[in-house]
Design a protein. Structure first.
Lengths: 375, 625
């Protein structure tokens, strides 16, 4: 078992044949599954996964693992100098492009950040909200000039976890957390420590929504407030009046919301414009006129469909909008992606490689032998 | 032979030029109207509505625009014209109409039928759509069509010559010749004077009224009756005021009812339109043409109303280029089929010429559509069908050029003809030159992505057809091993070309997505469909490379590739998730199922047969390896 042999085995095109056949199956199943479980979950389950989970049992070869094998397979191919032949240079270049594409895919999968930014007309926003992850924010509004916020990310909201922070004058223990839940009127008498909302309602976990219609819910036991705030609190997403806990250092509001990622600058929405095709209800274009607010200066710019704003590594795309009450609110998709350049480079490389290969091979494969075709 | 080809070429070109038999094109056909979000010639407007009512874009004995004008000027005559087609005999029965072979009915007939069943129809409208039966849906469609028909008629009514004026004094005031009818718009523009005369008449006892008084009173009554039409604003034929805000065109009635009144340009345009309708009603073709030209010039500066572009669109409508192209593809295939019976060389050459001739109007139609809409060739599903057919035909011609043995003719004529048939099915939905939703607005990456991927679809279909050809030959003529080997090489070559385009089309799609909404790949069903094609083709190529697949498996894989292409192309719309689902009809789902079923059956039957017949002869050694 020499290294050369290992490389040779790893570089076998047969590995790719099996992997691509497996990918075909994965893509079919993963696409059909979207009709019932929605795009995001299908993506998590089949494509972004290392293993396919059958209940608690991990089965081999989720999408990510399969692509990793293909990557190793390709890499091994480049480690075999004996396969470098001038007449096959086009193919080599094409495979190099594929290698780059996969590498870029890994960068994107692990290092890209995305979310959205919601700005009502005339207002300014300086954070990006996560598409899916939640956070528990403990807000101290005693100073009228600004709110002091301590946020606990979704990763820490597990049953039995203690949530504590120096800046928060209390301890919390997670009693229940649901990514999607219904609130139902209590059928049993509440725990005697239950406060406010938790006295009348309880949470019932439900499976995640196929679209993005999830509503998170959290029940915590608060202690050590030093005031009379100790007790059990229930918090759900989009709550109109979130619970306020009285502590020795003043009231603290508990909010369950989309995790926020603050930017080193802010966007102010000056105007949102929507155009329809004349005489119809069909959208022709949307655009947001915004100010980029940074270090006290403002720079005016327009974000349109297909014409995003790029600033400090972040890209802002016109994604959606909300109307109502006479004012408009724009929704921008925000992405920071380090692997962004790879598809561009790799498509160029593959294009060149395949073109060279096609020009040298295809005429011979098509023409009849009598007319100069290959035998 | 060359003489024969030339003769065929000349004959076909003569047949292809439109309007040789029909009358010369008229300016009125090119007049702009705003409909479904774009400015189109009146001809398109008339044809789209005929398509909805009659099921075809033109009528037998009257041009589409004449039908449209007749509806405004001589509604009584128009109502007797059989322009409604009831496709389902059960609908005919439900409306209590007499059974007829072609099931063409006039508006008068339909109206009576509908009036007697209004309760039923309103009951259907109250039901949720899923609970309605086919007949009920069709019945409600007939009702909607009849309403639409009336709206068009009523949109004209303020411009149509409806009020005969005999009093020379009054006629002079209105600007019409005595004895000739005036339109509502003439009366409205002189409403104050008419009001004065009416008041004067009313102050006198009725027995003292002159002829002129009687006429004014009568006119006033008629005007009041016509006022009921004022909500009809289907025909937006008046350009917005230059420099004004908005690019919405106006219907004549909505201008008359507008609180701001008419400005000079609107007034002039309305009077010209009234003049045009009067000329049409009087059968004065020369005057009609002159007024239409004036109207066209006066609106030429409005955005998107370039008269040349409108004229091109009317020409495109009349020319029916894709039908002609289809005819030649079918001819080409028939000639090829006959060439297998005898007279091989001659018939095959003629078939090749027919294929080439068919490509000319195919490409021409595609180019005209680009000129008319000012956008890349493929933006809608319909356009993708036509474009893929074109790629298939051109690819086939290229293969034939390189081989001269009929394979290319087979590939080109079959893919071209089949996709034309499919396109005709799509075109039955309405105006094929539709506007696009915001996300599909023109963009460099989108255009290159769509064009590349559709070329990829086309090449894939050609390669798939080559797979069919291989299996058929292998089963039917297993002794011709050298030829089989030849086709096997061709399959690999075509697959390489196909993978080039599908691969780049897919990556470019990712780049478009990255440019437009910030992510390169999102495992969206349409993206997955494209990826599936690429993976499948890569699998086939690497399978052959490693020796894991032989030619029969490869050919079967290519046939199955057709199924994957069809599913990725049309089937994705069945899933109803993701960004890419635009427009789908039940018919397509059915056709798709049949297509996939037939292809699978083909594979299931042919592959075992092919395996049993090992090729013989010189090249067989290579095949067995």
């Amino acid at each position: 078992l020499t290294p050369a042999r290992v490389v040779r085995a790893l570089a076998s095109a047969k590995i790719f044949v099996f992997c691509s056949a497996w990918l075909v199956a994965l893509v079919i199943v993963g696409t059909l599954a979207q009709a019932s479980i929605g795009l995001y979950q299908a993506q998590e389950r089949y494509f972004s996964s290392w293993f396919l989970w059958l209940g608690p049992v991990p089965l081999p070869l989720g999408g990510r693992l399969t692509l990793t094998i293909v990557f190793v397979n390709l890499l091994a191919m480049f480690l075999r100098p004996e396969t470098w032949r001038l007449d096959r240079i086009g193919l080599k270049v094409t495979h190099l492009g594929a290698l780059l594409l996969l590498f870029g895919g890994f960068l994107t999968a692990y290092f890209s950040r995305e979310g959205n930014m919601v700005i009502p007309e005339g207002e300014t926003t300086d954070y990006v909200s996560s598409y899916r992850d939640l956070e528990l924010a403990v807000i101290d509004s005693t100073d009228p000039a600004f709110d002091e916020v301590v946020a606990f990310p979704q990763g820490r909201l597990h049953r039995g976890r203690e949530l504590a922070d120096e800046a928060v004058p209390m301890e919390m223990e997670v009693l229940a957390f649901y990514r999607n839940c219904d609130t139902v009127r209590r059928s049993t008498p509440p725990d005697e420590d239950a406060r406010e909302f938790a006295r009348r309602f309880e949470l019932k976990g439900v499976p995640p929504d196929t679209e993005d219609g999830n509503r998170g819910g959290l029940t915590v036991r608060v202690s050590g407030t030093g005031g009379d705030g100790d007790g059990i609190y229930t918090i759900v997403e989009f709550m109109s009046s979130p619970p306020v806990v009285a502590t020795s250092q003043g009231p603290r509001t508990l909010i369950l919301r989309r995790a926020r990622n603050y930017l080193p600058f802010a966007l102010e929405l000056i105007d949102f414009e929507k155009q329809l095709h004349p005489g119809t209800q069909m959208a022709r274009s949307y655009q947001s006129v915004v100010n980029v607010v940074e270090d006290g200066t403002k720079r005016r710019t327009v974000i349109r469909m297909n014409e995003p704003l790029r600033h400090r590594g972040y890209t802002f795309y016109q994604s959606s909008f909300m109307e109502g009450g006479g004012s408009e609110t724009t929704v921008l998709a925000v992405v920071k992606n380090y692997g962004r350049v790879f598809p561009y480079v790799s498509s160029l490389v593959m294009c060149l490689g395949l073109l060279v290969h096609l020009v040298s091979m295809v005429p011979g494969l098509i023409a009849s032998p009598a007319r100069g075709g290959r035998r | 032979l060359n003489r024969l080809s030339c003769a065929l070429l000349a004959l076909s070109l003569m047949w292809m030029a439109p309007g040789t038999a029909a009358a010369a094109p008229r300016a009125v056909e090119n007049l702009p109207v705003q409909n479904e979000g774009r400015i189109k010639p009146l001809d398109t407007f008339a044809r789209v509505h005929l398509l909805a009512f009659y099921g075809k874009r033109s009528l037998r004995d009257v041009s589409p625009v004449d039908w449209l004008l007749e509806l405004g000027v001589a509604p009584e005559r128009a109502h007797e014209r059989a322009v409604f087609t009831l496709r389902n005999p059960e609908v005919v029965e439900a409306l209590g109409l007499p059974a007829r072979d072609r099931r063409h009915y006039s508006f008068d007939e339909i109206r009576v039928g509908l009036q007697e069943h209004l309760d039923e129809i309103s009951a259907i409208h109250r039901k949720p759509r899923e609970e309605t039966t086919l007949v009920e849906r069709q019945l409600s469609e007939v009702y909607t069509n009849a309403i639409r028909y009336l709206q068009i008629e009523r949109s004209w009514s303020c411009l149509a010559p409806r009020f005969p004026v005999d009093d020379p004094d009054l006629a002079g005031l209105l600007g019409v010749e005595p004895g000739r009818p005036a339109a509502y718009v003439h009366l409205m523009l002189h409403l104050d004077e008419i009001q004065e005369r009416l008041t004067a008449a009313n102050e006198k006892p009725e027995e003292e009224w002159t002829e002129a008084d009687h006429e004014v009173v009568h006119l006033a009554q008629e005007m009041r009756v016509l006022q009921a039409d004022s909500g009809s604003d289907v025909l937006r034929v008046i350009a917005p005021t230059p420099g004004g805000n908005g690019d919405e065109w106006h219907a004549p009635w909505s201008l008359l009812e507008s609180p701001h009144g008419l400005d000079a340009a609107d007034r002039e345009a309305m009077l010209r339109w009234a003049d045009l309708l009067a000329a049409w009603g009087a059968g004065d073709e020369v005057h009609e043409e002159r007024v239409a030209m004036e109207l066209s010039t006066s609106m030429a500066d409005a955005p998107h109303a370039d008269p040349r572009r409108l004229a091109i669109e009317s020409w495109y409508n009349r020319a029916d280029l894709f039908y002609k192209s289809l005819a030649f593809y079918v001819l080409s295939f028939l000639l090829l089929a006959f060439s297998w019976l005898g007279k091989q060389r001659l018939l095959r050459r003629l078939a090749f010429v027919a294929l080439l001739i068919g490509i000319v109007p195919h490409v021409g139609g595609m180019v005209l559509r680009m000129v008319i809409m000012g956008r890349p060739p493929v933006s809608t599903l319909y356009e993708s069908v036509i474009f893929v057919g074109m790629i298939g035909a051109i690819g086939g011609a290229w293969v034939e050029w390189a081989r001269r043995d009929g394979l290319g003719i087979f590939l080109g004529s079959v893919s071209g003809a089949v996709l034309h048939f499919l396109g005709i099915g799509y075109a039955a939905d309405g105006d094929t030159l539709g506007m696009l939703v915001a996300v599909l607005n023109s963009n460099f990456w989108l255009a290159t992505h769509v064009v590349t991927i559709t070329i990829g679809y086309g090449c894939s279909l050609v390669a798939g057809l080559a797979g069919h050809w291989y299996l058929v030959r292998r089963v039917g003529w297993p002794r011709e091993a050298a030829k089989l080997d030849d086709v096997a090489r061709n399959m690999r070559g075509l697959t390489l070309v196909a993978v080039f385009f599908t691969l780049f089309g897919t990556i470019l799609g990712g780049i478009w997505a990255d440019q437009s909404w910030g992510r390169f790949w999102g495992w969206d069903p349409k993206e997955n469909g494209a990826l599936l094609i690429v993976l499948w083709q890569l699998l086939l190529l690497h399978g052959v490379l490693t020796g894991m697949m032989r030619s029969v498996t490869f050919a079967a894989g290519l046939v199955f590739n057709n199924v994957i292409v069809a599913l990725a192309w049309f089937g994705v719309n069945l899933l109803n998730v993701g960004l890419h689902t635009y427009g789908f009809t039940e018919q397509i789902a059915w056709n798709l199922t049949i297509f996939c079923g037939v292809e699978m059956l083909f594979v299931l039957v042919m592959v075992p047969l092919a395996w049993r017949r090992a090729p013989q002869g010189r090249a067989a050694a290579g095949e067995r390896r």
